[in-house]
Design a protein around this ligand. Structure first.
Ligand code: FES
Length: 342
C-alpha cells in the first residue's frame, strides 16, 4: 500500500511557545483527499489534531488550508495528485497564511462576518412590477455566475499582498460579492450607489493587482477582475477624485500621449505635489541621470499619435481618452526638453 508523510504545522497557544512541524506517516488509497487524511490522523494517531471541515464537498469553504505552501480546499484536494504534482510523498500542511491561528489548522475567520455586514453583502431587491416577478435572463446570470459560487473560504485573503502590507484593504472576497450584487439587475439603484461608496471607503483602489487571489481561488473566480470592474463602475459613476482614480487617469493619459508610463509626474497628477517633480528633476540633473520618463519622441510621432487617438475617439472609446490632457502633456514634455520646466 502507498504511504504519504503529512508534515503538519501544529500550534496550541495554551501550551506551545511557537508553532512546530509534526510528521505523520499514513496509508493512502486512490482518490483519498487531504481532508480524509487529516481525519485518518485524528481518528487513528492523534486525536488532538485540530482542523475545520463540514460539508466535505467543496461547498462550505471551511476546510481551506495551505497544502505545500498554497491554499487549497482539503476536501477537494487529492493526496495522490498532490504527490504526483510535487514528485514527493511528503505533503506539508499549514493553516491559511495571514490569519491568527486559533489551534493547529484552525484560523480566526470572525472578521468575515463583520465584512459581510459592513459591505451589505446581500441583495436588496427592487419591487417587481405589480402582479409579476423579476425575470433574470441567462445572459445576465452569466455575468455573475462564477461570483455566486464564492464559498467564503478566504483562500484569496490568505495570499492577498495588500493585506500582507497592512494597507487599509478589506480583502478580495468582499469585492467578489460586491460585484456579484452590482451586476444583478434586480438590485435597487440606491443600493448600487451605496455599494460603490462602500467599496471606495474600503480602499478598492489599494488592490495591487498581483493576481495571487486569482490563482488561489478554488472556485476559479477572479477577484482581481471583479475589483477592476468595481473601479470602472466607480469612475463611471463620476467619482474620479480618489488617488486611485487619478492614478489610473494619469497612466492612461501618459500612455496615450507618449506610448509609455510616467512616474515622474505621478505625485503632481495624483497628489498635486509639484515640488516632488521639480526636486526629482533637479536631483537627476545634478547626478547626470537620464530621466526616461521624459520621452524624446521621434519626428512625426505626435501627428501619427493624434490620428490614432482621434480614430479611437471616433470609435467611441472616448471615456478613457481626454484629448485636452494629452495636449497638456505635449506641452509639459516640450517645456522639459527645452529646459523650461516650471
Ligand atoms: S469541508 Fe466544506 S468546503 Fe471543504
Amino acid at each position: 500500500m502507498k504511504t504519504a508523510t503529512f508534515r503538519i504545522l501544529r500550534f496550541n497557544p495554551e501550551t506551545d511557545k511557537k508553532p512546530y512541524f509534526e510528521d505523520f506517516n499514513i496509508p493512502i488509497n486512490k482518490g483519498m483527499t487531504i481532508l480524509e487524511s487529516l481525519i485518518y490522523i485524528k481518528e487513528n494517531i492523534d486525536p488532538t489534531l485540530t482542523f475545520r471541515a463540514f460539508c466535505r464537498s467543496g461547498i462550505c469553504g471551511s476546510c481551506a488550508v495551505n497544502v505545500n505552501g498554497k491554499p487549497h480546499l482539503a476536501c477537494k484536494t487529492q493526496v495522490e495528485k498532490t504527490m504526483e504534482e510535487f514528485a514527493s510523498s511528503l505533503i506539508i500542511i499549514e493553516p491559511l497564511s495571514s490569519f491568527k491561528v486559533i489551534k493547529d489548522l484552525v484560523v480566526d475567520t470572525e472578521g468575515k462576518k463583520e465584512t459581510i455586514k459592513r459591505f451589505n453583502l446581500w441583495l436588496e431587491e427592487k419591487r417587481p412590477p405589480e402582479d409579476s416577478e423579476f425575470l433574470v435572463k441567462p445572459d445576465e446570470v452569466k455575468q455573475y455566475e462564477k461570483e455566486t459560487n464564492c464559498i467564503l473560504c478566504l483562500a484569496c485573503c490568505s495570499v492577498c499582498e495588500a493585506l500582507k502590507e497592512n494597507v487599509p484593504f478589506s480583502g478580495p472576497f468582499a469585492f467578489v460579492r460586491t460585484y456579484r450584487f452590482l451586476a444583478d439587475s434586480r438590485e435597487k439603484e440606491e443600493t448600487r450607489k451605496k455599494r460603490l461608496e462602500i467599496a471606495l471607503n474600503a480602499s478598492v483602489w489599494s488592490c495591487l493587482q498581483c493576481q495571487k487571489c486569482v490563482a488561489a481561488c478554488p472556485k476559479n473566480i477572479a477577484p482581481a477582475d471583479n475589483i477592476q470592474k468595481i473601479r470602472k463602475a466607480i469612475i463611471k459613476s463620476g467619482k474620479k477624485e480618489s488617488p486611485g482614480a487619478k492614478k489610473l487617469s494619469h497612466y492612461l493619459n501618459w500612455i496615450y500621449a507618449t506610448g509609455q508610463i510616467n512616474r515622474l509626474f505621478l505625485p503632481a497628477d495624483v497628489y498635486d505635489n509639484k515640488k516632488a517633480v521639480k526636486e526629482f528633476i533637479k536631483m537627476c540633473k545634478e547626478h547626470g541621470i537620464e530621466i526616461w520618463e521624459i520621452p524624446h519622441l521621434p519626428d512625426g510621432f505626435l501627428a501619427l499619435r493624434d490620428l490614432i487617438v482621434r480614430a479611437l475617439i471616433e470609435e467611441g472609446d472616448v471615456e478613457a481618452i481626454d484629448f485636452k490632457k494629452i495636449r497638456k502633456i505635449d506641452k509639459k514634455i516640450e517645456a522639459l526638453l527645452k529646459g523650461e520646466e516650471k
